[in-house]
Design a protein around this ligand. Structure first.
Ligand SMILES: Nc1ncnc2c1ncn2[C@@H]1O[C@H](COP(=O)(O)OP(=O)(O)O)[C@@H](O)[C@H]1O
Ligand SMILES: [Mg+2]
Length: 283
């Protein structure tokens, strides 16, 4: 599904009547099958943007179109929206509340029209996709699991719906490096299978490695958007509020022209091989 965001603004009014212009005239688009990262410093409007895309907030101004249709139009089918877009909020594990893992994942399918056999197949698929042995995990209490396992169960609940668009708000915050890599690889596989991924993250290394495109926000506005590689290679020009990825500081770019094209660890290995061994191509 094509997402088109047109001149979108959102203003919060807090109980004291103070207004916060969280988003101001944001326009951008996300193609079917994209893996898009949203970056920018805390408070720049990232979470507000995804809440609007998922139809959980109504724009103060502007429009969000899915395949050309305005999701805030009265005639737009809310059930279709719920089936099309899955959102995994920050620390989703706090939302687990059922007595078994299986019931928790099934909760996501409450509104689906699937039969009970199909529902069970979906639950099994979602939990196995998240790296669990279905038979072992299904009857366990979610509360007895580790933090990382709880998070994977919560994500399985969103996956079970098989949304065409999956949105994650800082999904790897607080995971160890192994957990982060596992998670990013899993999301990449879902993207390879055609799911559009939108991911907010402060982890520039993970974004450099896995995303195809980036949207950079600052104070409620889009200050850059484009291919991940182009944005990281142009780092420092106009990416206020975000840190250069670790790898760039590791190799102190600019001192050695051989390293000019390095964004990911693969690139770094390639550049070093080229320098040390004279190897000319990615293997
Ligand atoms: N419920 C709310 N009421 C009032 N202001 C809010 C509310 N939620 C967020 N904001 C404000 O809107 C701005 C954007 O917030 P948010 O979208 O959460 O940014 P980010 O996810 O990039 O940290 C911030 O200034 C934030 O303080
Ligand atoms: Mg946020």
């Amino acid at each position: 599904m094509q997402i088109t965001i047109d001149n979108l603004s959102y203003t919060y009014t807090d109980p004291s009547g103070q207004t916060v212009h969280a988003l101001q005239s944001v326009s951008c688009s996300i193609d079917p099958g994209d893996f898009t990262g949203i970056i920018g410093r805390t408070g720049c409007g990232k979470t507000t943007l995804i809440l609007l895309i998922a139809g959980l907030l109504t724009p103060t101004k502007g429009h969000i179109f899915l395949d050309g249709r305005d999701i805030n139009d009265k005639s737009y089918d809310r059930n279709l929206l719920r089936q099309s877009i899955g959102v995994v909020f920050q620390y989703p594990e706090v939302q687990l509340f059922e007595t078994t893992v299986e019931k928790d994942v099934a909760f996501g399918l409450t509104y689906s029209r699937l039969g009970s056999k199909e529902k069970e197949d979906r639950i099994e698929w979602a939990l196995e996709t998240m790296g669990f042995d279905f038979e072992k995990i299904r009857k366990q209490s979610p509360l007895a699991l580790s933090g990382g396992e709880k998070r994977r169960v919560a994500i399985a609940g969103v996956l079970a719906v098989k949304p065409k668009i999956l949105i994650f708000d800082e999904p790897i915050a607080g995971l160890d490096p192994y957990g982060r890599q596992n998670f990013m690889e899993l999301v990449s596989r879902l993207n390879d299978d055609g799911t559009t991924i939108i991911m907010i993250s402060h982890n520039m290394d993970a974004l450099a490695e896995y995303t195809k495109r980036l949207i950079v926000l600052d104070e409620g506005k889009v200050i850059q958007s484009g291919k991940t590689r182009d944005i990281f290679l142009g780092w420092g020009r106009d990416t206020r509020g975000t840190e250069p990825q670790q790898i760039a500081s590791l190799i102190s770019k600019g001192k050695n022209t051989l390293l000019d094209d390095v964004v990911t660890y693969d690139d770094l290995i390639f550049a070093l091989k080229k320098q040390l061994l004279g190897v000319e191509q990615h293997e």
